[in-house]
Design a protein around this ligand. Structure first.
Ligand SMILES: *[C@@H]1O[C@H](CO)[C@@H](O)[C@H](O)[C@H]1NC(C)=O
Ligand SMILES: *[C@@H]1O[C@H](CO)[C@@H](O)[C@H](O)[C@H]1NC(C)=O
Ligand SMILES: *[C@@H]1O[C@H](CO)[C@@H](O)[C@H](O)[C@H]1NC(C)=O
Length: 372
C-alpha cells in the first residue's frame, strides 16, 4: 500500500515536472516558424521615421515586438496591429505620423492563427493584398486603410467565414467586387471607399445578414442597386455615393428597420423618389447630383426625422409638399437646383434655413426667397 502510494506520488511529480518544463519552453518563445514569417513580413517593408521594427529582435516574437500579440496559451501570433496614425508615445516622440513603403509579404499567410491584420494609414505601402490571405481561417479583421495597395480583392475572399471587418478604403484597389463577398457570413463592416473598384454590386449582396455598414463610396461601381440590399436587416449605414450607379431607388430601402444613413449622391440614379424614404428610419439622406424626377412625395409625418436631407441637383418638379410641416424634424435641407415651383410652406423650423437651400428652382417663392 505504502510503496504503491509513493509510486503514484513519483508518477505525479514526474508528470508535473514534464508539464512545467514543457510550459517553460513554450513560454520562452513563439514558434520559430511564426518568428520567421514576421521577419519576412518586416523585410518587405521600409519604415524610415519611427523605428517601429527595432523592437522586432530576439527569439520571442510574443515579447514586446511592436504591434504583435500572441494567443496567451498557444503562443501563436494572433494580431498584427500597425497603425500609422496613433497616439502611441513612439509617434509623439517623433512628432509625426507614420510612413512606410514596400509591400505586404505573402509570408504573412504562414501565421495560420492570425485573427486580425491591421496595417493602416502608412500612406506608402504598395503591392497587392496577398492572395493567400484567404487561407487564414481565423481571420476576423482585415484593415489595410490608407495605403497605396493595388490589384484586386482576392476572388475567393468569401472563404473567410469569420471575417467581420473588411476595410481596404483609401487605396488603389481595382477590378470587380468579387461575387464571393456575399459568402462572408460574419461580415459586419465593409469599407471599400475611395478605390478604383468597378463592376456591379453582386445581386446576392443581401446574403450578408450581419452587415451593419456598407461603404462603397468613391469607386467606379455601375449597374443598379440590388433590391436584395433591403434584406440586410442590421444595415444602418449604406454609402454608395460618387459612383456610376443607375436605375431607380428600390422602394424597399425606405422600409428597412434600422437604416439611418443613406448616401446615394453623385451617381446616375433616375426614376421617382420612393415615398417610403420620406417616412422611414433614415435620418441622413443625400441623393444630391443624380437625375431623380417627379414630385417630392407628400407623405411626411411624425416618423420623418432628418438631421440632413439633400435632394439638390436633380430633376424634381412640383411643389414642396405641405406635409413637410408635420415632419418631426429636418435639420439641414437642400432642395436647390431642381424644377420645384410654388410657395415654400411656412414651417417654423424652415426659419433657420437660408435661401441657398431653395435657389435655382423654376418658381419657388416665399421666405427665405422673395415673397410670392
Ligand atoms: C522606399 O523609400 C525609400 C526612400 O525613403 C527608397 O529608397 C526605397 O527604394 C523605397 N522602397 C520601395 C519598395 O518603394
Ligand atoms: C451631398 O452630396 C453632395 C454630392 O456628393 C455633396 O456635395 C454635398 O456636400 C452632400 N451634402 C451634405 C449636406 O453633406
Ligand atoms: C409611414 O410609415 C408607417 C410605418 O411604415 C406607416 O404605418 C404609415 O402609414 C406611413 N405614413 C405615410 C403618410 O405614408
Amino acid at each position: 500500500m505504502g510503496s504503491n502510494t509513493s509510486y503514484t506520488t513519483t508518477l505525479l511529480i514526474t508528470a508535473v515536472l514534464v508539464l512545467v518544463i514543457g510550459t517553460a519552453v513554450n513560454v520562452n518563445a513563439c514558434p520559430p516558424s511564426d518568428r520567421a514569417a514576421l521577419l519576412a513580413f518586416k523585410a518587405a517593408l521600409h519604415e524610415p521615421y519611427l523605428g517601429i521594427f527595432k523592437s522586432w529582435t530576439g527569439n520571442d516574437c510574443c515579447n514586446k515586438w511592436y504591434g504583435v500579440s500572441c494567443d496567451p496559451v498557444t503562443k501563436r501570433v494572433a494580431d498584427i496591429n500597425l497603425r500609422g496614425e496613433s497616439e502611441d508615445p513612439i509617434f509623439q516622440r517623433a512628432h509625426r505620423t507614420g510612413y512606410m513603403n514596400g509591400s505586404i509579404s505573402p509570408a504573412i499567410c504562414n501565421l495560420k492563427r492570425l485573427s486580425s491584420v491591421i496595417i493602416a494609414d502608412w500612406k506608402g505601402i504598395s503591392g497587392r493584398i496577398p492572395k493567400c490571405i484567404t487561407s487564414l481561417p481565423f481571420l476576423r479583421i482585415l484593415d489595410l486603410i490608407g495605403n497605396r495597395i493595388s490589384g484586386e480583392i482576392p476572388f475567393d475572399i468569401g472563404k473567410l467565414k469569420r471575417l467581420s471587418v473588411l476595410n481596404v478604403a483609401d487605396n488603389r484597389i481595382s477590378g470587380r467586387m468579387p461575387r464571393s463577398i456575399a459568402n462572408l457570413q460574419s461580415l459586419m463592416h465593409l469599407d471599400l471607399r475611395n478605390n478604383l473598384i468597378s463592376g456591379t454590386i453582386p445581386i446576392n449582396f443581401g446574403k450578408l445578414r450581419m452587415l451593419s455598414r456598407a461603404l462603397l463610396s468613391g469607386n467606379r461601381i455601375y449597374g443598379q442597386i440590388p433590391y436584395t440590399i433591403s434584406y440586410i436587416y442590421r444595415l444602418s449605414d449604406l454609402d454608395l455615393s460618387l459612383n456610376r450607379i443607375s436605375g431607380s431607388i428600390p422602394e424597399s430601402l425606405g422600409k428597412m428597420a434600422v437604416l439611418a444613413t443613406l448616401n446615394l449622391d453623385g451617381n446616375r440614379i433616375s426614376g421617382k423618389l420612393p415615398a417610403t424614404l420620406m417616412n422611414s428610419s433614415i435620418s441622413i439622406l443625400n441623393l444630391s447630383r443624380n437625375a431623380i424626377e417627379g414630385n417630392i412625395p407628400d407623405v411626411f409625418g411624425p416618423r420623418s426625422y432628418f438631421m440632413m436631407m439633400d435632394l439638390s441637383h436633380n430633376n424634381l418638379k412640383g411643389p414642396i409638399p405641405k406635409s413637410i410641416a408635420s415632419a418631426s424634424y429636418i435639420g439641414h435641407l437642400d432642395l436647390s437646383y431642381n424644377h420645384l415651383c410654388g410657395a415654400i410652406p411656412a414651417v417654423s423650423w424652415f426659419e433657420h434655413l437660408e435661401a441657398s437651400s431653395f435657389v435655382n428652382n423654376d418658381c419657388l417663392c416665399g421666405k427665405p426667397l422673395k415673397s410670392c
